[in-house]
Design a protein around this ligand. Structure first.
Ligand SMILES: [Zn+2]
Length: 264
């Protein structure tokens, strides 16, 4: 877990703006950096967990964060979208460290290959009901990521309502627990979708907008930081400090420029 001195120095000021939510997708075995942007290697994922543990972050589930927003503390909610079977190793690593996370599952693809297109996505199935129950027993939260991973704003009112309800009910049947958290597929949402998610019985929903989780003061518009295949522990630490997924040094330079009041 090596980190460059400047990123380490910046990170010392992290946690002042309140909780963050991290977004992962696939976690691939081995040390090589995956080619799919939305995947991380297990090795890098483990370093990121070890960094969070070493820096004293709390890792509640999303439902817990929404029920008790822990502002001004080092709090990170770890989330996984889609529900790839390779996430089992990530789940085991979390459990071993006493950490927890929230999974957003595409309910219509349980136990089978993903039924929606994604360029460059690694092969593999979506977690099955038995695996979801094991993860839940280990303290993980199971949330919904819709039935078919469609862009919700494109759905008619009745289709939208049905998809949100069916996915919740299916996952509740599988887990025998209330499913209260949702993540918009492709991060695509609008005011109508947010209202439909609320009406369908969810307590909160995640977008893919960057920023501190509770910045908008609306549980149906939670912000998340995307963790991708190129993230190192250093860039990860900078994301936690800036509350942004745009932390290439070029972006950091712009931030410093603004802080110094030099930008218009
Ligand atoms: Zn997704």
């Amino acid at each position: 877990m090596r980190i460059d001195p400047l990123s380490a120095a910046l990170h010392r000021g992290a946690g002042e703006h309140g909780p963050l939510i991290l977004m992962y997708h696939s976690v691939q075995l081995g040390a090589a950096a995956p080619t799919w942007t939305w995947a991380v290697s297990l090795r890098r994922f483990l370093s990121q967990l070890d960094f969070l543990a070493a820096e004293g972050y709390a890792t509640p589930t999303m439902a817990e964060l929404v029920a008790t927003p822990a502002r001004h503390a080092r709090t990170v909610v770890i989330t996984f979208d889609d529900g790839y079977e390779d996430n089992l190793a990530a789940c085991e690593a979390l459990e071993k460290r006493g950490m927890r996370a929230t999974w957003f599952i595409v309910a219509g693809s349980l136990g089978s290959s993903p039924a929606w297109p994604a360029d460059g996505r690694p092969t593999g199935k979506i977690l099955n009901p038995h695996q979801l129950r094991q993860m839940q027993a280990a303290g993980m939260e199971i949330g919904s990521h819709s039935m078919r991973h469609q862009r919700l704003p494109a759905l008619a009112d009745d289709q939208l309502a049905r998809d949100l309800r069916e996915s919740r009910e299916l996952l509740e049947t599988v887990t025998a627990r209330p499913v209260s958290s949702f993540a918009y597929p492709y991060g695509a949402w609008d005011a109508r979708c947010a209202e439909a998610v609320k009406v369908a019985g969810y307590q909160a929903a995640c977008t893919t907008r960057t920023g501190w989780a509770l910045k908008d003061g609306d549980p149906y518009q939670l912000r998340r930081l995307t963790i991708t295949n190129t993230d190192t522990t250093s860039s990860f630490a900078r994301k936690l400090f800036f509350g942004s997924h745009d932390v290439a040094w070029r972006d950091v330079g712009r931030y410093a420029f603004r802080r110094l009041g030099l930008a218009k």
